[in-house]
Design a protein around this ligand. Structure first.
Ligand code: NAP
Length: 271
């Protein structure tokens, strides 16, 4: 299937590794020019070089451009730096994939106002600011796609991830309204993509922490968690990226305001 995206411009945040990287790869394969963002400049430059090579090798006509914007996307300065690199105040992206690290786990009794504000900034207000800067330009051009990477915890909250549950639920409520605003009639879709367990550095970090706490080996922790997923495996960033690219495609123009779960069947509900 031709996704109809060659030549468009995308901003993919948190894209040096993991799920954001998977999204950037899938878009570049489709001939999309991308601005990739992450905080660590070295890892990001490496990722950008590999994405550039992937785009050049893909059979989509022209080699897409890949620009690297090293910045903390959860700060106003970071976002300004990303938009400055892209050549304007954020008005010329056709696709925006919002993403940043998730908040730490813990006990809500230990989280003060500052901890909550950090989580809200990173996982609710940053995506909203990125949409604020881009969706009107998309609407003016008659095409736009926003994909927010959130979490399966939005549908099935996990007790120790209270900061994530709260901040991402706020974003989810906001998106439900925005997606149904007049933007919908002007070619702009806004959706959330909810990962269950995907094999990334972040997941590996949680295995290490669980192993250290319980005295079990990391392999045991990994195997036990895999056994809880009906698919009996974790997802891959490439699978996640392919879903994201489809949501961004010309074929997905009638999908908006949705929360699409990719979790190998882990969520037990019918709806
Ligand atoms: P990951 O493998 O740790 O990758 C995170 C990426 O985001 C890296 O490129 C990282 O690079 C970048 N990043 C982190 N904080 C950033 C910031 N403030 N500004 C810009 N870039 C930033 O994580 P992942 O597994 O792909 O997870 C991505 C998101 O999905 C997270 O919010 C996570 O909570 C959520 N999620 C993941 C899973 C899963 O199973 N993997 C499940 C549910 C939810 P730098 O560190 O260099 O900035």
């Amino acid at each position: 299937m031709n996704l109809g995206l060659a030549g468009k411009w995308a901003l993919v945040c948190g894209a040096s590794r993991g799920l954001g990287r998977g999204c950037a790869e899938a878009l570049v394969r489709e001939g999309v020019n991308v601005v990739v963002n992450a905080r660590g400049a070295e890892g990001l430059q490496q990722a950008a070089a590999e994405l550039q090579a992937l785009g050049a090798a893909s059979d989509n006509g022209t080699a897409p451009r890949v620009l690297a914007a090293a910045a903390d996307i959860t700060t106003a300065e970071g976002r300004a730096a990303v938009f400055a690199l892209a050549g304007g105040p954020g008005t010329d992206f056709d696709i925006v994939v919002t993403n940043a690290g998730g908040p730490p786990p813990g006990d809500f009794r230990d989280w003060d106002r500052e901890a909550w504000l950090r989580a809200l900034d990173a996982n609710m207000l940053t995506p909203i600011e990125l949409m604020r800067a881009t969706v009107d330009g998309m609407a003016a051009r008659g095409f736009g796609r926003v994909v927010n990477i959130t979490s399966s915890a939005v549908k099935a909250p996990i007790d120790i991830l209270g900061l994530s549950n709260g901040a991402r639920s706020g974003l989810t409520g906001f998106v439900a309204g925005l997606a149904r605003s007049p933007l919908a009639a002007r070619g702009v879709t806004v959706n959330n993509l909810l990962p269950g367990k995907f094999d990334t550095d972040r997941l590996a970090t949680t295995f290490r922490a669980a192993a250290a706490q319980t005295g079990r080996s990391e392999e045991d922790v990994r195997a036990a968690q895999q056994a809880q997923v009906p698919a009996r495996r974790f997802g891959t960033p490439a699978e996640f990226g392919a879903i994201c690219a489809f949501l961004c495609s010309v074929h997905a123009g009638y999908i908006t305001g949705q929360n699409l779960l990719a979790d190998g069947g882990a969520y037990p509900g019918a709806f």
